[in-house]
Design a binder for this molecule. Structure first.
Ligand code: ATP
Length: 210
């Protein structure tokens, strides 16, 4: 989308976060919000918020703040005009099954369209309304799919990632503990839940009041 091209990537990433909070304010009948209030709610410093919002054409007025309605209008336009991104999920184990049942927010233009597994008991069934196909036939189904969620065991992650890339996938959300190597033009976000939990506990112990 043309107008989104002008927005820096880091700003674009925060957009859904702002959108969610402002939508709640709107539902509560609030018509304006200060950058300080926003900053506390979304945990982004107010200087960054002011810079982000200037890209949206929203200039906060001193002592008044931002117009909630205007911002929401902008966000809706920017987020909704994007076509839905089709997502595939690979590995319908415990975590994968949870994602298939998770109700991704309606304002998010993402949808898990299909899933793949090697377990014959899962192939040909549905989970959370999403069809599960055989991993052997993965390439036959991926034509319109742009992104993939990897919830397979770490040992097979690299191999599957390579197949996904060869099939034209340009984004991978990797939930396996394995680091995967892909060409530069493919974006990989890595989320290791065990590491996140360990890190949380470390910070709780060592920085209890932070
Ligand atoms: P479960 O209890 O269902 O085994 P899990 O998350 O503990 O779930 P994992 O061993 O992490 O199990 O496997 C996750 C899922 O990935 C399983 O459904 C498994 O069948 C599937 N899987 C394993 N290897 C592959 C593969 N090479 N291709 C596709 N799916 C695979």
């Amino acid at each position: 989308m043309a107008s989104q091209n002008k927005i820096p990537q880091a700003t674009a990433k925060r957009l859904p976060l702002y959108y969610r909070f402002l939508n709640n304010l709107h539902l509560q009948g609030k018509s304006r919000v200060s950058s300080k209030e926003l900053s506390e709610a979304v945990k982004v410093d107010s200087a960054t918020i002011r810079r982000d919002f200037s890209y949206f054409g929203a200039l906060g007025k001193k002592g008044y703040g931002y117009n909630v309605e205007y911002l929401l209008g902008f966000f809706r336009k920017t987020l909704d005009q994007d076509e839905t991104t089709k997502v595939a999920l690979i590995g319908v184990g415990n975590l994968g099954t949870a994602f298939l049942h998770y109700n991704f927010t309606k304002n998010n233009n993402t949808k898990i369209e299909m899933a793949f597994d090697l377990d014959p008991n899962k192939i040909g069934t549905e989970s959370g309304g999403v069809p599960i196909y055989s991993i052997d036939d993965m390439e036959d189904h991926l034509e319109d799919v742009q992104a993939a969620i990897l919830t397979v065991p770490g040992a097979v992650a690299q191999n599957i990632a390579e197949r996904l890339v060869a099939a034209g996938i340009t984004g991978i959300l990797n939930f396996t503990p394995a680091r995967i190597t892909v060409p530069d033009e493919v974006r990989v976000h890595h989320i290791d839940l065990s590491v996140e939990l360990q890190s949380l506990i470390y910070f709780m112990k060592h920085y209890p009041n932070a």
